[in-house]
Design a binder for this molecule. Sequence first.
Ligand SMILES: Cc1cc2nc3c(=O)[nH]c(=O)nc-3n(C[C@H](O)[C@H](O)[C@H](O)COP(=O)(O)O)c2cc1C
Length: 305
Amino acid sequence: MGIDLSVNFNKIKLKNPILTASGTYGYNTEFDDFIDINKLGGIVTKAISLKPRLGNEGDRLFETECGLINRIGLENVGIEKFLEVKKPVLDENNIFYILNIAGNSFDEYFKLAHICEKENIKAIEINVSCPNVKSGCLEFGTDPKTLYKLVKGIRKRYKSFLIIKLTPNVSDIESLALAVQKGGADAISAINTVKGLGVKLDYINNKFTKSFVQGGLSGKCIKPVALSMVKRIKEAVTIPVIGIGGISNYKDVLEFMCVGADAVQIGTENFTNPNVTEIILKDLENFMRENNFETLEDLKRSLRL
Ligand SMILES: Cc1cc2nc3c(=O)[nH]c(=O)nc-3n(C[C@H](O)[C@H](O)[C@H](O)COP(=O)(O)O)c2cc1C
């Protein structure tokens, strides 16, 4: 029996719901030795900003129990280089990708949206966890009014599939999700990383030495936070939701679909298990075959009864 795993988002159709999460999968063919990218629903690129960014100095990663803290600082090649070097590889290999975008001002986001429209990029995901430099570095994604203005402005300049990626580091996720919908986005993805702190502590020669790694927590330990956020978002809006956070096997995917996710992204688990996306896809398909689900839509319906 042929299993239909496709996800129809109207403006785009994914062959299946399994995507890679931004920042954990490079730009295009970095994982070629491990999986066949074309089997996936698509990849979400590392964040791209208007100008290249070097990222943070010092420790960038800190492993915790069942998770990872990162403070990469959005190191990336910038949009010009992306278009010149990375995009042709994606196009040549026929890889479906979603371009993840980061900015530090309305102007930067709007310029990037305009460029993506001009370059005919089929789908973009806006990382709103970036600090708005003009408003004293408050993140774009933490205030509904600011977020609405941002989404509306991007929507005006970019007509194809627009995803807004929400941060979980807020108390009222529902207002933010509603602001995104009102601003005209096509979908919401959630969650970005959870604020966390790693402490490096040693006791040498009767003295403590310590250092801190303050950044975003990801991986298995954040799955319950992500599930809660996806459920709350889904109950607040009617646009599709893409679930992200701590997914490491197909049962996690079922859990996310159960609370309302239409597709999922897999991040940190790629570092431990570089072919996890293909395994998840195969296991999901096998589960559906063994249990007589012909389409992903049937499976989602049954999960949400
Ligand atoms: C090393 C690293 C880099 C990341 N870079 C980005 C990024 O550039 N843009 C973005 O929107 N999210 C970024 N994220 C967040 C992930 O895309 C994802 O939302 C988060 O890690 C939760 O999913 P996970 O638990 O499956 O990793 C990054 C995460 C990690 C671990």
